[in-house]
Design a protein around this ligand. Structure first.
Ligand SMILES: Cc1cc2nc3c(=O)[nH]c(=O)nc-3n(C[C@H](O)[C@H](O)[C@H](O)COP(=O)(O)OP(=O)(O)OC[C@H]3O[C@@H](n4cnc5c(N)ncnc54)[C@H](O)[C@@H]3O)c2cc1C
Length: 380
């Protein structure tokens, strides 16, 4: 089945070349034509269980598809697959109430939903416990107020997972935060404003303002006050997805730089005959292969219901740092040509850089491993 999907991806998305992605990025224009094709190929419902009309893939198979698509098209393409599968299909099918499943899963299966997740705030990125967005009970409903930042695809989203405080206690506790699943288009009081950014420009990331938005108890995803617990499974899967996107895009960069190093002749020999050009490519190849082994193990553990905290974090760290280093070296390999936007090299360089900062900065990843795998004191 996997081979069939991969050959459909090769055939179906072949027309979306470097020029397409560069133009979308230049104009900060949504890749709607690409989304249409991957929807028809079923790539947006890979993690939706079969009983709801999806493919019901294991995480191990899902990451292979994310990797492959990113190796052809880069970060924005992989991110589209992730947002649909993780924030939409997976989140609602695994955490949704019967009512939410009934309402949302048929729409997700029919590809009518674009999903986003709204956690980060101006004063709370890595410091998530410090969020100030609140949802206060009022006459059997909640009034949501606050401001989020960097929310990818918020401006076109039909399903937004929003983390808010629902306790009045001023504690830095994981308790008292609630995750809501809302359709921003159905509520008044929600406005979005796009950020002029340097990563994921075609998808767009936004500031989101919640101004006394009335939402319902039925919008709670999981349990009231247990938003952190609900987020854990979602963010672990997001981490495995971004690891696979970094890895796939790293392969795309490696292939382009290697080809250029073979094709270009300087001083009477192939550019790639020089060790300072070829060694970083060889090193990058090793690091990407090692990253993939770690992603595979993290995915296997997740499928088996085992704790894969170390592997998921290590996979995200390894693949992002390896792919970023390769993208940086590819800027060197292409020399002046790397600085031509139309070559599409700097696009991968910019987009990949995101994964050293988000969804989880590498310092936070190292801190988690220092704390949980080495028993060192918390530094975050
Ligand atoms: C293009 C883009 C898209 C995004 N999409 C989304 C989205 O869809 N939804 C969403 O919720 N968020 C999104 N984000 C936000 C992203 O997850 C955050 O930027 C990230 O979590 C870091 O938070 P911050 O920017 O507030 O950095 P800060 O928390 O301010 O940290 C700044 C830097 O300091 C480091 N640091 C902080 N504390 C320590 C410490 N104790 N020791 C050592 N170093 C430390 C961090 O590692 C980081 O490198 C996106 C961001 C970008 C740029």
């Amino acid at each position: 089945m996997l081979d069939t999907i991969i050959s459909y991806i090769n055939q179906g998305t072949g027309k979306f070349d470097t020029h397409y992605w560069v133009e979308k990025d230049k104009k900060a224009e949504f890749p709607g034509e690409f989304l249409e094709v991957i929807r028809n190929l079923g790539l947006t419902t890979l993690l939706l269980p079969e009983e709801y009309g999806g493919s019901g893939l294991s995480v191990s198979d899902y990451v292979k598809i994310v990797r492959h698509t990113s190796s052809l098209h880069g970060v924005a393409a992989g991110d589209l697959i992730m947002a649909h599968n993780v924030f939409g299909a997976f989140s609602i099918s695994s955490l949704g109430s019967e009512k939410q499943k009934e309402k949302l899963l048929p729409r997700i299966a029919r590809n009518e939903v674009i999903s986003s997740i709204a956690i980060t705030e101006p004063n709370a990125g890595t410091d998530t416990l410090n969020i100030s967005t609140r949802a206060d009970r009022s006459n059997g409903e909640f009034i949501l107020s606050g401001r989020k930042i960097w929310i990818t695809m918020a401006h076109i989203s039909d399903l937004m997972l929003v983390l808010a405080k629902t306790t009045k206690e001023k504690t830095r506790s994981t308790k008292g935060m609630t995750l809501f699943a809302i359709n921003p288009k159905e509520h008044s009081g929600i406005t979005t404003s796009r950020i002029d950014d340097i990563a994921l420009r075609s998808l767009g990331s936004c500031e989101v303002f919640f101004d006394n938005v009335t939402i319902s108890e039925d919008d709670i995803l999981g349990e009231e006050g247990e938003g952190w617990r609900a987020l854990t499974g979602i963010l672990n899967l997001e981490r495995l997805s971004t690891a696979s996107i970094s890895l796939g895009t790293g392969e795309l960069v490696l292939n382009s730089a290697t080809q250029y190093a073979k094709d270009r002749t300087l001083f009477g020999k192939q550019l790639g005959a020089n060790q300072s050009i070829q060694f970083p490519l060889a090193h990058g190849k090793i690091m990407l292969e090692a990253s993939w082994r770690m992603i595979e193990e993290a995915a296997r553990k997740r499928d088996a219901g085992e704790d894969g905290m170390f592997e998921a974090n290590a996979a995200a760290y390894l693949s992002a740092s390896s792919a970023c280093a390769l993208a940086d070296h590819s800027m060197q390999v292409f020399g002046g040509m790397a600085f031509s936007v139309d070559m599409g090299i700097e696009l991968h360089w910019r987009n990949l850089r995101l994964f050293r900062v988000g969804p989880v900065p590498e310092q936070m990843t190292l801190s988690l491993i220092a704390r949980h795998s080495l028993g060192l004191p918390p530094s975050f």
